[in-house]
Design a protein around this ligand. Structure first.
Ligand SMILES: [Zn+2]
Length: 393
């Protein structure tokens, strides 16, 4: 990847105060007045004001980025302070967005801060992203990453990505116009529960600065149009070994969102795509999950069960488990399906992969159906193990 043109036009001028403030930038030949004016004109959105968002926002502000957007709806918790250095002791319990804004303003009063105190969703992401030149991602979950990626591809915005876990960090710039996107690198999310989050596995606090500063570095280069952007390259940092490796990432012509024949042409349901399982569902599924083989044994033995498929009618039409009947998940969530359930049969739930059925299982357990179970792996697992001639989707 060679140098790209600057992402933003320069602002008309810098004030005397601004010249004083940014003098150490201005005397770098590659930056100069022109580069600093571009930063002043830049609008950067940071998704999350947590581990990566903290150093990212602080350095973007200090560097003189004119407008900083912050997407964040969480509040500051004491356990955040080990790494989220944009917040302090007196911020515990406050809105993270407001706390981050106050720190940014303290670092650089000339930065215009816009708060988006809401969860990033498919129905608000396009409107929010459209207001910015570039997106810096500091989220820690796969559903949001795919959402951010797809929105960036659809809007043709550069996506400066970072990820951290324990002593390991990764960073890259995804920009489908000039290189691969996040889906080119990771076409499929990991199975739910496979990759522990920082909350479960821990993270070295200073790793946030190592990766967050790479993200800021790349954002500044793109805004000013200098250097070799981290497009098409994945940086892999090992803090224990103290090594940086880089891996080439190629654009995948078959990519679902940026490939030649994309199947994702608008935003999708990312929680479903990533199989996000709620805590209640995980709890309900514990000890109440059966395998396809176990279900087959019950069926063959003529066990007194009511097999309920909780997918949508269109999915049920594609492939179903014999003797199952359809009651879509929403009927349970709205409470409508509960009264029609048999009391004298054991209820077995299934969906596509076992995520939605676990959610419904939580509803059933709460309603007193103590012996209800769900099928782990869903209809996909059933087809793979029991009826391999049937289609999967
Ligand atoms: Zn792609």
């Amino acid at each position: 990847m060679s140098q790209l043109p600057p992402l933003v036009e320069p602002a008309a001028e810098l004030t005397v105060d601004e010249v004083r403030r940014y003098s150490r930038h201005l005397i770098i030949p590659d930056v100069g007045m022109d580069g600093q004016k571009r930063l002043k004109n830049a609008k950067v959105l940071c998704v999350g004001a947590g581990g990566l968002g903290s150093p990212a926002l602080m350095y973007l502000a200090a560097a003189g980025v004119g407008t900083l957007g912050i997407v964040e709806f969480d509040t500051v918790d004491e356990s955040n302070l080990q790494r989220q250095i944009i917040h302090g002791q007196s911020d515990i319990g406050r809105s993270k967005a407001e706390s981050a804004r106050d720190s940014v303003k303290e670092i650089n009063p000339y930065t215009n801060v816009i708060l988006h105190e809401e969860r990033l969703e498919a129905d608000n992401v396009m409107d929010i992203f459209a207001q910015y030149d570039l997106i810096v991602d500091g989220t820690d979950n796969f559903a949001t990453r795919y959402l951010v990626n797809d929105a960036c591809v659809l809007l043709n915005k550069p996506y400066v990505w970072g990820s951290i876990y324990r002593f390991d960090g990764q960073a890259s710039v995804f920009w489908s116009e000039h290189g691969p996107c996040y889906r080119c690198l990771y076409p499929e999310p990991p199975p739910p529960g496979m990759v522990p989050s920082c909350a479960e596995g821990g993270v070295l606090g200073v790793l946030c600065a190592s990766i967050g500063s790479i993200q800021v570095n790349e954002a500044i280069k793109l805004l000013m149009g200098i250097g070799e952007p981290l497009v098409g390259r994945l940086m892999i940092y090992d803090a224990l070994e103290m090594t940086y490796r880089q891996v080439k990432v190629r654009k995948d012509p078959e990519c679902a969102v940026c490939g030649k024949n994309p199947s994702v042409t608008e935003l999708i349901d990312y929680e479903a795509f990533c199989g996000v399982v709620s805590e209640e569902a995980q709890e309900a599924a514990l000890g109440s999950t059966i395998t396809p083989r176990q279900l087959k044994e019950w069926m063959d033995a003529g066990e007194n069960i009511d097999l309920i498929d909780v997918r949508e009618p269109g999915e049920y039409e594609i492939v179903k488990i014999p003797s199952s009947r359809l009651i879509p998940k929403n009927e349970f969530l709205m409470g409508r399906a509960l009264e029609d359930l048999p009391q004298d049969k054991r209820i077995v739930l299934n969906c596509k992969s076992g995520v939605r059925s676990a959610e419904v299982l939580a509803v059933l357990k709460a309603a007193g159906f103590a012996d209800a179970v769900h099928l782990g792996g869903g209809v996909i697992g059933w087809v793979n193990q029991i009826e391999p001639s049937k289609p999967v989707y």
